[in-house]
Design a protein around this ligand. Structure first.
Ligand code: CU
Length: 132
């Protein structure tokens, strides 16, 4: 009988792990490993079920936390958009934590790169700043 109990515990454990994994990030903008020219205006997160976004942090490559004024959302949604401050050229990492409607918490991370905006040559010519 002991073995059956152990098996039951194992089965329960395996199924609860699957349950935790059922909610996740399906898309983001910037995308994971995305390379952007210039600072993105908004950070967008999409999840495959309605969740509450309880934590969101942004760090640059030196580990400096960027203040995005995030406040935990009390309303569940599948999509969240957070306005971003002007970001300097760097690698950024986003850490998020959500709570599903079944009260499972889940967290994850993704990163993106901001590169300097290269001025358009035509713009430079119009402003008399470039030679032909
Ligand atoms: Cu769940």
């Amino acid at each position: 009988m002991k073995i059956i109990k152990i098996l039951l515990v194992l089965v329960t454990f395996i199924f609860s792990s699957v349950a935790i994994a059922h909610t996740g990030l399906t898309a983001s903008s910037p995308a994971n490993k995305g390379v952007l020219q210039g600072s993105p205006k908004v950070l967008e997160l999409s999840f495959n079920s309605s969740v509450r976004l309880v934590k969101l942090t942004l760090h640059d490559v030196k580990g400096k936390k960027i203040n995005i004024g995030f406040k935990p959302r009390s309303v569940s949604s599948t999509q969240f958009a957070i306005a971003l401050p002007e970001l300097m050229s760097s690698n950024y990492s986003v850490n998020w934590m959500i709570m599903g409607e079944d009260v499972h918490k889940m967290k994850g991370t993704f990163s993106f790169m901001v590169r300097p905006t290269v001025p358009d040559t035509d713009d430079l010519k119009q402003n008399g700043l470039a030679n032909d």
